[in-house]
Design a protein around this ligand. Structure first.
Ligand SMILES: *[C@@H]1O[C@H](CO)[C@@H](O)[C@H](O)[C@H]1NC(C)=O
Ligand SMILES: *[C@@H]1O[C@H](CO)[C@@H](O)[C@H](O)[C@H]1NC(C)=O
Length: 526
């Protein structure tokens, strides 16, 4: 193999069997070979390629983008060796060489990249100079971070000042900046108080000064309220959160909270925020009787995961905890809690196209389904939706992977044309099970069956078979749909998975409860 870089930075390829020219967007999954030498064009950083993972990349990543991220490809392009690997359960995100790779929960195939060792010429110097292991050092931190400080009367003025010192040191170590983390702050008291937003201070000096100036508030430790406030108000686009940046909330509690932290933290996580709980001076034995829920710390964080809670025995020995905490806040490895129902579910719509519905009501059904689809983050790595229409026959309107963004998916839903015919809901369920959901993924696959009448065939058998394959079924009945059949189809607990209304116009009232039902089922199964 011989590759010669000319003075103009053009690669001349001489006698290189199997060298594959690719574009900046070519994904690992686009190539058939298990091992291949590819030639990347120049300036792939400019097109902002999508990259998932670090070191090992999910197969949907751009090959050349991943090569830049890994530090083995410079601005002038060049050859890279790609090796396919097995899929992984999770891909770690990191920032390196100008590319912010994304985390991904699971993918069926991966690849690994290396320099072409047998190529006679090294890559450009600039690429070598910036090549670094994909680090999770605070310097690479790209998070949007909310710090929730305890300002209640539990902590008292003196320990409040120690807490301020601690937060100052932490903020100094995080080094905020336009290309680094952004940090905002909320104080817990009777009611939460936003002291400053993510965008207010992007220079470390100003930020540290603002923290020093914080005033002690006193009052109850309504940490749950403060968490809700952060999730609903603080982390909103109008308040300066950055698109595509991970969101992290670090909640400091001195002693114990006065309100419900568990529910608030769950809602925050469901909206994609990673919640870290830091408890300082845990309640003493004689204080425990005053604590409503002794396990509040465990319950507030992502289940089965010691990563999201941290205990500091007292404010006096806090120095040695600054660095480990800063590292955790910035390390994307374990941020799986930000996988939510909104970005991880497959939803199939099974739509009754029988003649009793009528064209006008059929449009109301489509409106209803579009309303559900609107609630999810549809993308090729996010939520997927698909649709099957049925009479006595069945038709895949579009599959789960046919649309990679919300606009396209909703447009496709609205374009479905009405079939007009009989009603065989049982066969339709079997058909959807086989043709819509190919992979079993327990807790991620949802089928919403919507019908206005009695089925000509048995629904219970096919519905049970689908549920055994890990599909959760919600049944939505309108007009003459018999309640017994709706209950027969629905997953357990039946009452939470069954909806019925006399009028098509009232379907829209089920959008929110259905979305909530999907999220609840997702949370319980994941
Ligand atoms: C932070 O920014 C917001 C919006 O720009 C502004 O209204 C607010 O006064 C700022 N707060 C501080 C403390 O600078
Ligand atoms: C159905 O919708 C109509 C019009 O929006 C409303 O007036 C009515 O109360 C709804 N019926 C039920 C049972 O919710």
């Amino acid at each position: 193999n011989l590759i010669i870089e000319t003075l103009l930075g053009i690669y001349v390829v001489c006698f290189l069997p199997g060298l594959y020219p690719v574009s900046c967007e070519t994904r690992g999954s686009d190539l058939k070979q298990d091992e291949v030498l590819v030639l990347c064009p120049p300036d792939c950083l400019q097109v902002r390629p999508s990259v998932f993972g670090s070191d090992v990349y999910a197969a949907i990543s751009s090959i050349c983008g991943a090569a830049v991220h890994r530090g083995i490809l410079g601005p002038s392009g060049g050859p890279v060796r790609l090796q396919k690997q097995q899929g992984r359960r999770s891909y770690v995100s990191s920032y390196a060489n100008g590319i912010h790779s994304q985390a991904l929960h699971q993918w069926t195939a991966s690849f690994h990249l290396s320099k072409t060792v047998d190529a006679p010429l090294e890559l450009t110097n600039s690429a070598r100079a910036t090549a670094q292991p994909a680090a999770t050092r605070p310097a690479d931190c790209q998070m949007d971070i909310a710090i929730i400080m305890d300002s209640s009367s539990n902590i008292g003025q003196r320990r409040f000042n120690l807490q301020k010192n601690f937060v100052t040191k932490l903020a100094a170590m995080l080094r905020v900046g336009p290309t680094g983390p952004h940090l905002g702050l909320i104080q817990t008291s009777d009611s939460p108080r936003t002291e400053f937003l993510l965008t207010n201070f992007t220079k470390p000096k100003e930020l540290l000064f603002a923290i020093k100036e914080l005033k002690y508030l006193g009052g109850d430790t309504n940490t749950g309220k403060a968490i809700m406030h952060a999730a609903e108000v603080f982390f909103t686009p109008g308040n300066g959160v950055r698109r595509g940046h991970p969101r992290v909330m670090m909640v400091l509690i001195d002693g114990w909270p006065s309100d419900d932290v568990e529910r608030a933290a769950m809602l925050a996580r469901e909206s994609g925020i990673n919640v870290f709980m830091v408890s300082v001076s845990k309640p003493a034995a004689e204080e425990l009787s005053m604590v409503q829920d002794k396990d509040f710390l465990k319950k507030a964080v992502c289940k089965d995961n010691g990563f999201f809670s941290y205990s500091i025995p007292s404010w006096f020995s806090n120095n040695k905890h600054v660095r480990p905490l800063a590292q955790r806040l910035c390390s994307l490895d374990d941020l799986l809690c930000s996988k939510t129902c909104y970005n991880s579910v497959n939803i199939g719509f099974l739509i009754d196209g029988s003649s009793s519905v009528g064209w006008q009501n059929f449009q109301l059904v489509l409106d209803f389904l579009a309303g559900i689809a609107q609630s999810f983050d549809i993308s090729d790595v996010g939520a997927h939706i698909g649709a099957v229409q049925f009479t006595y026959e069945q038709r895949v309107e579009f599959g789960l992977l046919d649309h990679s963004n919300k606009e396209d998916a909703v447009r496709a839903l609205r374009r479905i044309s009405y079939m007009n015919g009989g009603t065989a809901t049982g066969s339709a369920i079997s058909y959807a099970t086989q043709n819509l959901f190919r992979q079993a993924a327990r807790g991620r696959n949802y089928l919403i069956v919507i019908t206005d009448g009695q089925s000509y065939d048995d629904v219970q058998g096919p519905a049970m078979a689908a549920q055994r394959q890990g599909i959760t079924i919600f049944s939505v009945g309108v007009a003459w749909a018999p309640m017994k059949e709706l209950l027969d189809m629905a997953s357990e607990p039946k009452d939470k998975h069954t909806f019925f209304t006399r009028e098509f116009v009232n379907l829209s009232e089920f959008i929110q409860p259905l979305v909530r039902g999907i999220c609840q089922a997702f949370t319980e199964n994941n």
